[in-house]
Design a protein around this ligand. Structure first.
Ligand code: FES
Length: 369
């Protein structure tokens, strides 16, 4: 059953519903890499299908931790109005060919909730906190958080004063977006915090500066900390690596540097998604049955182009409405942007959407019709 917050609805709009949130970290046994390539490939497809089948009932974001942490290889950030889809998603994943090789070293359950502290600088209103909208940042930093019990017996005004400083420091780092969720009674920690950013250095500076805030005296635990790299489900699975995969990657490089960026099923008409190609974040669009790939950030002020509106082949940036024509190599139709975002060649092969790391001359736009 969904929980309905007491906030919202005062303007006649239906009250905002709270959400359940889960950060599930998985470790893959080394035996997985010794399986034949064909067996692993079949299992990867099963995982892609399992995630797609659950995504109607929840938002799912995939992250890789390969090469970053030793005790976890990938993570799913799941957001749902109900708890049941988390169990269904876990069962579906464990029922795939990779299931027998998976363990779950960490899993954090939480919910959205209106903060008890007043953020005078917040413009969107408290209901924003009840509905999470993950952005398109390349990195997500996640950790469980527990405060000391003396914090909770301090007078409310004293806590608010300390939080005002905390909030002021946070506002100094606009490139870092904070998602705070609450675990009281649901899980071992009190909160799970997840910071989205393209700039790990900004996040490091923010955390260091917050250590000097008085509220930090009341932190009991804020580890382990996970640095997670946003990717597609396929990218997350391919990052697990194996000799066979390296051969495939080398073959792909010889073939002009094409990378599989998404499944065709991920991109129905009108849809957009992001992927990483050659270390760069790319936005993919299906505009009227034709696929396009462009750099993920607007050339004006780094607006997330995956959230752009599309009419015909015209892309309108969500931040200041610059317009680009996808069919004309992303040419600028309207400012303030003056430079077109980089366009990538796209190809459809084996049910996948493949993107060339470099522009490919004479490559026709792939049409799915
Ligand atoms: S960020 Fe896209 S128009 Fe300003």
């Amino acid at each position: 059953m969904s929980d309905v917050s007491s906030t919202g609805g005062s303007n006649g709009a239906p009250p905002a519903t709270r959400q359940y949130v889960q950060f599930a970290f998985y470790k893959v046994d080394a035996a997985w890499r010794r399986l034949p390539v064909t067996v692993r490939e079949a299992a990867k497809r099963e995982v892609e299908e399992a995630v797609a089948s659950c995504s109607e009932r929840m938002q799912v974001r995939a992250y890789s931790l390969v090469g970053i942490r030793g005790d976890a290889d990938f993570m799913f950030w799941r957001i749902s109005d109900d708890l049941a889809p988390f169990q269904e998603a876990a069962t579906a994943l464990l029922s795939t060919g990779i299931g027998p090789y998976l363990s779950t070293p960490y899993s954090y359950l939480a919910m959205t909730r209106k903060s008890v502290y007043v953020d005078k600088t917040e413009r969107e209103g408290p209901s924003r906190r009840l509905r999470l909208t993950p952005g398109t940042a390349k990195y997500l930093f996640v950790y469980p958080f527990v405060k000391t019990r003396p914090w909770y017996v301090l007078p409310a005004e004293e806590r608010q004063k300390m939080m005002d400083i905390h909030i002021r420091v946070g506002r100094k780092y606009p490139t870092v977006k904070l998602n705070t969720t609450y675990s009281f009674g649901l899980d071992d920690q009190e909160f799970v915090v997840a910071f989205e950013t393209d700039e790990p250095g900004d996040f490091l500076d923010l955390v260091m500066e917050l250590r000097e805030a008085e509220s930090s005296l009341y932190t009991l635990r804020d580890t382990p900390t996970f640095t997670c790299v946003a990717t597609t489900v396929r990218g997350m699975l391919d990052a697990l690596g194996a000799p066979g995969d390296r051969v495939a990657v080398a073959a792909s490089a010889q073939d002009g540097g094409w990378s599989r960026a998404a499944s065709v099923a991920d991109l129905p008409e009108g849809a957009a998604t992001t992927a990483y190609v050659g270390g760069e974040q790319v936005a993919l669009f299906n505009a009227g049955g034709t696929l396009y790939a462009v750099e993920a950030r607007c050339t004006h002020g780094s607006g997330p182009l995956v959230e752009a509106t599309i009419e015909g082949s015209v892309l309108t940036c969500p931040w200041h409405e610059s317009q680009f024509d996808l069919a004309a190599g992303c040419a600028v139709l309207r400012g303030p942007a003056v430079r077109p975002p980089r366009a990538y060649a796209v190809r459809v092969r084996d049910g996948g959407v493949w993107v060339a790391a470099a522009a490919v001359e004479g490559e026709a736009e792939p049409t799915l019709a």
